[in-house]
Design a protein around this ligand. Structure first.
Ligand code: ASP
Length: 412
């Protein structure tokens, strides 16, 4: 049986077992969750998380070094960021339009009891200045992705410039990368069990009660995710990436299931990179540059949730947003999704920033927090799919500049 099929079965069984126990034997669920589901999921999560920092460091260093030419790096970087910004803006626009069309917040919801303690969201300027790490080792111990990426680009650039002089270190990075990819393959064999544990635990805890009354909100978010995946990514992959979107979806599906079960773009990164390289034929230098960056700053699924949630909360509290405010929502949601770390649930915290910007009550978040777990899974799948779509598009556009030869050089 193929690994993807196994993971899929793990997910479905997990959902069935979790829901069944939640309904029929909640006490048994707590025990099983504490000793079986929880630990299974955590072991899997830890196994892949263990690889994230070294993979990001090795692969970006190697990717940058093998591109060699700073012009190439600038070109790929420019295209990547442009793709991220454009698709995220489209994502929020879809979300806002759907929220106006379906009016999820016009149902009878009483916001009176809603309480939510807003958490501090980092400022925009700091997010940018902090990209340069003052202490790269600390960045690695803290798992600060943007900082690790910045440091790795510098080292890769130096390796490219120094050439023969630093051959030894280049080899070291290359072999480090080999080791990481080998371990990803190994860990993936455990994925079906991990997915089972994560799903059983999540669904068993959540149940379906919390979802009542929120059905319309969920529907609109999910519709937004689906439309964005099919229309935006489908056409980007087909027209810019010259790849059949069905082939793209099928090839990337294993990574989507892992994104779904972990709710974390960062944790899924090792697997999304491997999947894009092997199944979508994305050359390593592109994959190792675009995907770690995307897993950190490109979150279209999160942007969609934030767009729908903002309009939803405005509707529940009966406040009309002006056109200028809507533009503000688009702008801040782009920034908020960039600032969202690729870990579970952060998108909801960053929503506070959007709500503040248009003077909506942050307590509104309490209304949607109960069902966010499930939506988090779905939007994370979309988040990483956007990174892969970008990688396919950038790879195609770089073929005429000999990206495949760079990849070969990287292999050799
Ligand atoms: N969990 C999402 C991710 O890792 C981020 C979020 O929206 O909370 O991609």
């Amino acid at each position: 049986m193929k690994l993807t099929t196994k993971i899929f079965i793990g997910l479905i069984l997990g959902a069935i077992v979790g829901l069944g126990l939640h309904l029929a034997a909640p006490d048994l669920f707590s025990t099983l969750d504490a000793y079986v589901f929880g630990p299974l999921g955590t072991v899997f999560l830890n196994l892949i998380k263990m690889l994230v920092v070294p993979i990001v460091f090795f692969s970006i260093t190697l990717g940058t070094a093998s591109l060699g030419d700073p012009k190439k790096l600038g070109r790929i970087g420019g295209k990547t960021i442009a793709f991220f910004l454009v698709t995220t803006t489209i994502a929020i626009s879809i979300a806002i339009s759907l929220a106006y069309l379906f009016q999820p917040g016009s149902v009878d919801i009483n916001p009176a009891g809603a309480e939510y303690e807003a958490q501090e969201a980092p400022g925009v300027v700091e997010t940018f200045t902090n990209i340069i790490p003052t202490n790269p080792i600390q960045a690695m111990t803290e798992g600060n992705m943007l900082q690790i990426i910045a440091f790795a680009i510098f080292i890769g650039f130096a390796l490219a410039m120094l050439g023969k002089k630093t051959e030894g270190i280049y080899k070291l990075v290359e072999q480090g990368n080999e080791i990481m990819m080998f371990l990803v393959n190994l860990i993936m064999r455990f994925a079906p069990y991990g997915a089972f544990g994560l799903l059983a635990s999540a669904i068993g805890t959540m149940g379906i009660d919390g979802m009542k009354g929120m059905a319309m909100y969920m529907f609109v978010v999910i519709l937004g995710l689906v439309i964005h995946a099919i229309v935006t990514y489908g056409s980007a992959v087909a027209f810019l990436g010259k790849m059949n979107p069905i082939k793209f979806a099928k090839g990337f599906f294993p990574a989507m299931t892992v994104g779904f079960s972990t709710s974390s773009s960062s944790s899924t990164l090792p697997i999304s990179m491997k999947t894009a390289q092997e199944n979508l034929n994305v050359p390593k230098p592109v994959s190792s540059f675009v995907q770690p960056l995307g897993a950190t700053i490109n979150m279209d699924g999160t942007a969609i949730m934030q767009g729908v949630a903002t309009i939803f909360i405005a509707q529940v509290y009966g406040s009309d947003l002006s056109f200028a405010q809507l533009v503000m929502v688009v702008l801040t949601a782009v920034l908020a999704s960039i600032g969202t770390a690729g870990v579970p649930g952060v998108g909801l915290i960053m929503l506070a920033m959007v709500l503040n910007q248009v003077s909506l009550p942050v307590e509104g978040i309490a209304l949607i927090i109960g069902i966010d777990r499930l939506l988090d899974m779905l939007r994370t799948s979309l988040n990483i799919t956007g990174d892969a779509a970008c990688a396919v598009v950038v790879a195609e556009s770089e073929r005429k500049y000999g990206i495949d030869e760079d990849a070969k050089r990287m292999e050799a």
